[in-house]
Design a protein around this ligand. Sequence first.
Ligand code: PLP
Length: 399
Amino acid sequence: HGWWDKVRVAPKNPIVTVNESFLADPFPHKINLVTGTYRDDDGKPFTPQCVGDAEAKINRYTLEETNSSEVSSKFVMESVKLAYGNDSFVVREGLYAGVPALSGTGACRLFAEFQRNFYPDSLIHLPDPTWPNHHNIWRQARIPVKTFHYYDPDTKGLDFDALINDIKNAPDSSFFLLHPCAHNPTGVDPTEEQWREISYQFKVKNHFPFFDMAYQGISSGDLDKDAAVLRIFIEDGHLVGCAQSFAKNMGLFGHKVGCLSILTRDIKQAAAVKSQLQHIAHSMYSSPPIHGILLVTMILSDPNMKEQWKKEMKTMANRIRAMRTTLCRNLEDLDSSFNWEHITNQVGMFCFSGLAPDQVRHLEKLFHIYMSPDGRISMGGVTPSNVNYLANAIHQVTR
Ligand code: PLP
């Protein structure tokens, strides 16, 4: 037999396909609403000022530093403070196991491996819909996936009753993945009261909540507000897991900086869990690149830089919110016969427009507007100079 004869081409990621069509389109006013990258008012990719400042300050690091557990512990400590709160007893008492991870994706995958090692017969419950890669990540880690109700296409909001039923009907002690803010792809988050009910039901069933936090700060513009859900669950006595990404909120896509943390009963358990996470990571990629870790650590531990970052985050969140309002208002001004309020009700980077696949195709063919086939609009790509064109095009394909 010949080596690799059985290998067939893997299914293509639909987002990559749409992105390729966008790049190949010579039309000067084409719009990219596919990728979840934030752009400024001029449609330019955004790097916060604080990242540039940190770049300028970082000295060339030594070989010792690149292997230093001190560097990674400091990074993890700053990351968990961001997630669980500066004054959290979790941080104060060291009741967490944390490791740097290859951005949000890597943190999820590391957790999935850890889950399989210690709960080999478990499943993961994912919201329907969710970021499609969640399915791949857990499947590749040989963990079966089940979905739970989340989005209601009729209301374009949360299907709360069905969600609670699924939590109640899952076997006791199940793993659930939750988006703590700015749910991708729907932009639909539970209210605080609903989160409290979800946390309560998790407690009753002893479910494990794993939070994938890829957009902290992007939803409300406030880091603490966007992490409020984690803190509700901790108050209720859950030992949560959390994947953090600095790709979006610090514009560090290319550096792949993230953190995986798991809360523990005591510091002895923290040491054991951490050592196992390190053991898994070590066998896959040894350790993650140090440059982005140093950048994030510097920004988070320097009060001036952190303030600057928070300001820039507010600007980002406000810009996205302003574009939601403008898009919605423009559609109303065009006398669209549809209700577009969900554009402003939904939060974060994405708007789940409700556009059908053929309408999405028409937008692409007739107007050179590119979005993912499920009708998800990346609001980061909507700007003051393209929002009128976009509203008009949506109106044309939905009238
Ligand atoms: N999790 C969710 C919900 C996401 O939307 C994304 C990015 O699209 C990720 C994780 C991956 O993040 P990263 O780019 O940090 O790997």
